[in-house]
Design a binder for this molecule. Structure first.
Ligand SMILES: C[S@@+](CC[C@H](N)C(=O)[O-])C[C@H]1O[C@@H](n2cnc3c(N)ncnc32)[C@H](O)[C@@H]1O
Length: 344
């Protein structure tokens, strides 16, 4: 599929969703899912132009491009920067070639190191490195050496994900032999301490930043966002009725193209019924917690609906509420799934 045609479909998709903005400005843009860094620099420039023509983008908006080190071409990335991308998320995953092969990644650890160096060379001073831990046959020593290596590039952000076996994936079908749960837990804890000892603050389950990501924060604070592209999800609040719903775009790029090259732009939306649980599913992932006023403004509900559950969770030592701010305790943060379930 020619990149140009896909970019035109993206812009047609955007145009269709503009009314959902209800006059609100854009604070962050995240180009991810798949490998947007495969786009040609002309195509990405066309897309950026289309975004600036259609959107009221804040002057200090965070504009992230997710990149796969294996697709790194220095000239293209210099052009990406010129076209307005101001943050890179580099999907390294590991600096251990055997683990990269097991993960089915196309890049090597040398290519990952090269890509990061070049990203800095073309001027990307705000960039994230994605790492995974709890990998097949991974030892504590290997996990910490990955973290050390990532820290050596002095990025502004590190995402340190525990490998999860997503349903309907090859890993789910042929599950790899993962380390024991205790060992994975220990890798997560020691890795976190090492990352924080280098000046990054953990602000979410997997996210550590000298500069927290605006896009990630909006997501976890149950903020609204448009979802543009094949398989993209959006989350919108109707500011008049306070109805909150998700937008869903056709998953297969072929169906997506047919949809947005066609005239029939009827698209499904899904009303979010249990906004309390959906809010807590996101916001309780924040290590520093949130103001309770955020719950009211983002769900349109009064605090009374969660009052009783807040006091039960507080009695169980899973969270504390002081000066109208809810903060998960370290026990509540470590057992966040249990805490979230209390708001189901
Ligand atoms: C969530 S986005 C990255 C957003 C980025 N961390 C940022 O701050 O902008 C994609 C990343 O999810 C992680 N990921 C993908 N599949 C995963 C899995 N099955 N288990 C754990 N992490 C996964 C990979 O590190 C991948 O690079």
């Amino acid at each position: 599929m020619p990149d140009g045609a896909y970019v035109e479909a993206l812009l047609a998709d955007l145009e269709k969703d503009l009314p959902y903005l209800q006059g609100r400005p854009i604070h962050s843009i995240f180009m991810g899912g798949g490998t947007p860094s495969l786009l040609g620099s002309d195509e990405l420039e066309r897309l950026m132009q289309g975004l600036y023509q259609n959107l009221n983008i804040d002057k200090d908006a965070e504009i992230t491009l997710e990149t796969n080190p294996g697709t790194f071409e220095i000239d293209k990335f210099a052009r990406f920067r010129e076209s307005g991308i101001n943050r890179l998320s580099i999907g390294v995953q590991s600096f251990n070639d055997q683990h990269l092969r097991q993960l089915g990644r196309i890049h090597s650890s040398d290519e990952a190191a090269h890509a990061i160096e070049k990203a800095k060379e073309v001027g990307f001073d705000n960039f994230n490195i994605d790492l995974m831990h709890g990998l097949e046959g991974q030892t504590m020593k290997q996990c910490l050496s990955d973290v050390e290596m990532a820290l050596s590039f002095d990025s502004t952000h590190i995402s340190f994900y525990q490998l999860t076996l997503e349903p309907n994936t090859l890993f789910a079908k042929f599950p790899p032999k993962l380390p024991d749960d205790e060992d994975i837990w220990a890798m997560g804890a020691k890795g976190a301490a090492l990352i924080e000892s280098h000046g990054h603050q953990q602000y979410e389950i997997s996210a550590y930043g000298k500069i927290p990501s605006k896009h990630n924060m909006n997501y976890w604070q149950f903020g609204d966002y448009l979802g543009i592209g094949a398989g993209a999800h959006g989350k919108i609040t109707n500011c008049k009725t306070q109805t909150i719903f998700r937008t869903l775009k056709p998953k297969s790029p072929k169906d997506y193209m047919v949809k947005f090259q066609g005239k029939d732009l009827d698209l499904p939306i899904k009303i979010i019924e249990n906004t309390t649980f959906e809010f807590m599913l996101n916001a309780l992932r924040l290590k520093q917690g949130f103001d309770l006023a955020l719950f009211e403004s983002r769900t349109g509900k009064s605090l009374n609906v969660i009052g009783e559950r807040l006091s039960i969770a507080s009695d169980l030592g899973l969270l504390s509420v002081e000066n109208n701010r809810l903060t998960p305790t370290s026990k509540g943060f470590d057992f966040v799934n249990n805490l979230q379930e209390m708001f189901l």
